[in-house]
Ligand binder design. Structure first.
Ligand code: AMP
Ligand code: ZN
Length: 474
């Protein structure tokens, strides 16, 4: 089939035409969440944009198999193998067992994903399911001379590789800081950049989950899980590996080191990374304690899909700053958009020529390094264009296979949820128009009276950049 999608490959540091190993088929792997706490909306930005990539691939005709791990062991508080296992700190924080914590936050993660219309990958595998596979890979790495035992732990020897820093887009200085930070902590390492494959002894003795291994009772390092789980389900050659940019180093760098040392050949051709969501104080992170979740947005009255809309309006390769002000504007724009689509008369004929023309434009935007904001512009242009309502509705439904904003159903769902019937809505919209006219004529007393009249009926008005939006207080 025609390979028309291009996106940025972190490995080659350029936007590249995507060509899978097997024609028409794509194997895709995603680093899953570390389930010691709720996912914050930054984590979910990564999963939304990865979902966009998967759905784009499917939309343009690929058969995709996507695999994701669940990190329920081995991810220490520092990505450079120091500190405490994040799962253990979660368990201590909540006075529960590690497995209870893992189950609770795995369920919470998928519940958030459902709310954001993020498709569940075809295979989801917790790390603790694959201990035998980890032991096997580590055994082979030891046999091949890429790993060594020291101080009771098994380490990967990065000096055995021709090239370790494969993603050299990061400055050497940045990399060295990460490495230098942990050198004082672990004197067992032969080289600064070596990393743990299997822990049997560590500076903390109370690790809850431990398994028998040829090297004694212990537990795996964090990186080995993604190499083993992806190979278990996708084989020795993989097309796309995804994650947030913080995963580039050390996690993905270490995954490549151990996978290619184990396999003896190149492993994954395309590396797709999503930039971070930041708040005003910097990068959003779970370890900061106080972070934004989907539930918190819901408590504040936002539809989770407004957050998805917000993410899709910006490019995955740009850092994105979160603010409630912008989210308010997105919320108003989203309401307007779904109302407009909801009002389309679906009964007529679909004009196939127009349909194909706009579908092609939509695909073109996505195929151009996943330009989701441009894809949304195509949606707006299409709604304004001269064609039948039925064609517009069919196109909105089709675009939603990728955008997943509930475009075709959101308006009716919202109306049903709010208990507002069409007649009441028409009355509110009429009053909003009346108020707009009164304001234009500088009749502010009349404008305020209209606002009060609506308020008495439980309807509050909010002025936003996108115009006036209304809300029914229950
Ligand atoms: P974790 O649960 O910490 O293993 O992270 C899950 C995913 O979220 C990984 O792909 C991270 O790279 C990504 N991630 C972490 N922080 C952010 C952020 N602030 N914005 C976007 N993605 C993030
Ligand atoms: Zn991973």
């Amino acid at each position: 089939m025609e390979n028309k999608l291009s996106f940025y490959n972190t490995l080659t540091r350029r936007v590249e035409r995507f060509i899978p190993n097997n024609d028409g088929k794509v194997s895709m792997y995603t680093c899953g969440p570390t389930v010691y706490h709720y996912a914050h909306i930054g984590n979910l930005r990564s999963y939304i944009m990865e979902d966009l990539l998967e759905k784009t691939l499917r939309y343009i005709g690929y058969d995709v198999k996507r695999v994701m791990n669940i990190t329920d062991v081995g991810h220490l508080s520092s990505d450079a193998d120091t500190g405490e296992d994040k799962m253990l700190s979660g368990a201590k924080r909540e006075h529960k067992s590690v497995m209870e914590i893992a189950k609770f936050y795995t369920d919470a993660f998928f519940s958030d994903c459902r709310k954001l219309n993020i498709k569940t990958p075809d295979v989801v595998e917790p790390a603790t399911n694959c201990i035998d596979e980890f032991i096997h890979m580590i055994t082979v790495l030891l046999e091949k001379g890429y790993a060594y035992e020291s101080g009771g732990n098994i380490y990967f020897d990065t000096s055995k590789l021709k090239e370790y820093y494969v993603f050299s887009s990061q400055s050497e200085k940045e990399l060295l800081v990460g490495v230098r930070d942990d050198v004082g902590e672990d004197e067992n390492k032969r080289n600064k950049s070596d990393f743990v494959l299997w822990f049997t002894k560590s500076k903390f003795e109370d690790q809850e989950l431990k398994w028998e291994s040829p090297w004694g009772l212990g537990y795996p390092g964090w990186h080995i899980e993604c190499s083993c789980i992806s190979m278990k389900h996708l084989g020795e050659y993989m097309d796309i590996h995804c994650g947030g940019v913080d995963n580039i180093f050390p996690h993905h760098t270490n995954e490549i080191a151990q996978s290619e040392a184990y396999l003896g050949h190149k492993w994954c051709n395309y590396w797709f990374h999503v930039h971070h969501l930041n708040d005003k104080s910097g990068k959003m992170s779970k370890s900061k304690g106080d972070f934004l979740t989907v539930s918190l947005l819901e408590e504040k009255g936002y539809d989770p899909l407004v957050y998805r809309f917000f993410c899709l309006q910006s490019h995955y390769r740009k850092p994105l700053e979160f603010s409630y002000e912008v989210l308010d504007n997105m919320s108003a724009a989203y309401d307007k958009l779904v109302k407009r689509i909801g009002a389309l008369d679906r009964s007529g004929e679909v004009d196939r020529e127009k349909f194909d023309e706009y579908r092609a434009q939509f695909e073109e935007a996505l195929c151009d390094d996943l330009n989701s904001a441009m894809a949304i512009t195509v949606l707006y242009d299409m709604l304004k264009a001269d064609m039948s309502d039925a064609t517009k509705f069919a196109l909105a439904e089709s675009f939603d296979e990728v955008l997943s904003l509930d475009l075709a159903v959101a308006h009716e769902k919202k109306a049903a949820d709010s208990g507002v019937d069409a007649e009441f809505e028409a009355y509110i919209l009429g009053k909003i128009e009346e108020r707009k006219a009164a304001k234009k004529e500088k009749d502010f007393a009349r404008a305020d009276a209209i606002r009060d009249e609506l308020m008495a009926k439980g309807v509050t008005l909010k002025d936003t950049r996108e115009g006036v939006v209304w809300e029914l207080k229950k």
